[in-house]
Structure formats: structure tokens, C-alpha cells
Ligand binder design. Sequence first.
Ligand code: NCD
Length: 437
Amino acid sequence: MASKKYDLVIKGGRVIDPALGFGKDADLFIKDGKIVKIEKETATTRKDLKSLDENQVVDASGKIVVPGLVDIHVHLREPGREGAETVETGCQAAAAGGFTSICCMPNTSPCIDNQETVKFVQDRATNALARVFVVGAITKELAGKELAEIGDLVKAGAVAVSDDGYYLQNPDIMRRALQYTRMFDIPLMQHAEDRFLCDGGVMNESFQSSRLGLEGSPAVGEEIAVLRDIALCRITGARLHIQHVSARGAVEAIRKAKAEGINVTAEVTPHHMTLTDVEIGKTFDTNLRVNPPIRTESDREAVIEGLVDGTIDCIASDHAPHPEEVKDCEFDKAAPGMIGLETSLGLVKTFLIDKGFLSWADAVRKMSYNPARILNLEGGTLTEGSIADITIIDPDKKWTVRREKFRSRSRNSPFVGWRLSGQVYRTVLGGRVVFEQ
Ligand code: NCD
């Protein structure tokens, strides 16, 4: 038997790719894990398709075909907290959410501040359902006192550094960290919340925190942290990436820095674009406790404006799995964080695309192309010759977020019960279908 011409053909979907600059019906031809050909459907000779058996063809008519989604802010909890998530289950959640590449944060136990732990996580991800890129620590044990061996981390394959969960408070160490990362051309990803102002806060400091008698974490703590880091970025010329921007003042600071030509990028989470602190008093759902906190309506509007005008480059979930035992308690005792990989796309479609803030092409730019560029990852495009990481979306499919349906090992989502529009239909990783709805 003659060798197959293609391994997979995705037929008749609307291909949306910012790099290609088109949103047209087309067929994608895949061989050896790469996209080898894209043809406008009308131009495709049916001869090519005839030689393929049923299993090798995905009928994508009525669907949207986009470059595999990329989430650059994920917690996989391995090593150390496998009860919450493992690399394997986190990647299953990623595939179900349409993500083909994810970047995992170093706040594991032990934390990822050395080559062995980078390699351990990479090893665990060998046969996983998504590509896993490791973000190493900026400082040893994320303690903010002594720089980690950043060069060694990069040599082992770390794509960036972050002390996520903690702001690197010491400006001298931060300056040296920026100088160091510049040598390797990797971004430094900062969790920007000034610790003197924000530590101890369990929700946004506002009328709502006073009303509920809960300790507040002020938005100005984020704004100050961002302003300081921008100043250090200016003098070092390093690549600064601000994680989970949540405050209006922080958006404005980043907007000004970009206008000045400073090398700063930023991400926003779906929850900071869809929730406000008013929700907390309604239910005291501990899944609403997250760092940085969900804030006011004005902040929520500001992060959306920032995303729309390009101040914020990408959407990242900050998928932070926690088991029942650290969430089934009083609000102020609960561990901060919520899962997000499996609800990101539906929330973006329902609350940003359907409400007219983003087009599908914009959303693909924010969820695939830009995050891939920020971290220098392969993917983010469907151009011929690129890796065959592809997400096929049923654009108007309505679905309800169900607790029992999560692939993640944890269930800590405040979105359970929400009705969303837009669902992943297939996820293709390196030419292999890894998720089918
Ligand atoms: C993160 C986690 O659980 O690892 N939680 C969160 O609320 N974003 C760490 C952190 O940023 O506090």
C-alpha cells in the first residue's frame, strides 16, 4: 500500500489565523505533525480527499479552526501537591479547554528553582495531552532573597522566570533579576502586588470589604508594584511581563509605559474580566477568593478596555487548582485561586466576543498568537510548515459548566452552573486528535 499522503485533513472549517490574515473556509492538510498545506475549500480537488479514509478526516463545517490555544499562566501542582493536580490531569484539562501549550508556574513543592525540578516536570509531560513549558523561579525557594541560577534554569529549558504568588519586593534583587533575564532574552513574569500593602488581604479593599468586614487588599498595591517594575524595566531594557492585571491604575501605568516604548507585556484572566467583588457578599463562595482579588466594576471595565486597545497582550487563566479541604471553609481561611483552563474559551466567547469587545480574530491573537510570541514558543499560527497544534471550536454551541465534567483533578470554579456559548469541538496536538467533544 502506498504511504499516506496526509495523516489528517481538517475539512471545510472557517480558518482564523492572525498570522495568515484570513478568516475563510479552508482545508488544512497535516503530515508528520506539521501543517503542510492550506487550501481554500473551493480550490481543493476532491481527489486529495478521496484517498483518505473516514478516520483521517475531521469535518469542520460550521466550525472555527484556529491555532492551538496557548495559556502562559497555569499551576500544575507537581511536584508536591498531586492531590490538587498533576501534570497529566492538568494537561487533560488543557486539551478539553482547547489549549495545546501551557506554561506552568514554579510554586510547587519543592519549587522549580533548579534544573532537576525543571527536568522532572518536563519528564512528567512527555506523553501529556498538551505541550508543557516550564517557568522557573526568579529567586531561590521563591523567597525573594537570593537569585535562583537563572542561567541553569534556561539551559534546562525554562522559558521564563517568575516568583508567582509572591511579588519580588526587593528592588535591588528585582533590578539584578531583570539584568540577568535580559542576557537570556526571556521575560520576567511578575505577580505585581506590593506585599506591605497587600499581604493579609482576602478580597479587594473597597466598600464591599468594609461591608463584609473582610481584610482588603488595595488596588493601589498593584499599581505601585507595576509602576516600580516599569521604572526598573526602563533602565535595564529587559522584558517585563505583568501577570493577571486586575486594577485600573495598573492598566493605565502599562498603557503609558508602552507608549514610551518600554518592553512590557501583560496578561488578564477571564475571571478579572467577568467578576467583581460584589459577588462575594452574595454567596461567600470561597472559589471567588483569588490573588490578585476580583475588584470593582470600574477595574473590570478597565482591564477589558486594556485588552481591547492592546495595552494587555493576552488572556491567561491562572488555573490554580485546590482540593476541597482548603476551600470548604470560611472565606478568609480559604486558599486563594480558581481553576480556569476549561472555562477560558467559553467565557471569552460569551463575555467578550458576543458583547462586541473582540472579534474572533482578536480573541485568537490574545489566546494563541500573542502568548506564543511573548514566550518565544512554537505555534500560535497555522501557516504552512508550522506545528499542527489546532483548536476546532463550535462557535455558538451553548453549554453549562458542570462540576462533574471537569478533567482537572480540582473543582474549584466559581463558574459552575454558568451557561456559556462557544465550545471546544476538537483539540489537535502535533497532528493527533487529543480531545473530542
Ligand atoms: C495561586 C496558586 O494557587 O498557586 N493562587 C492565586 O490565587 N492566583 C498563587 C497566587 O498567585 O497566589
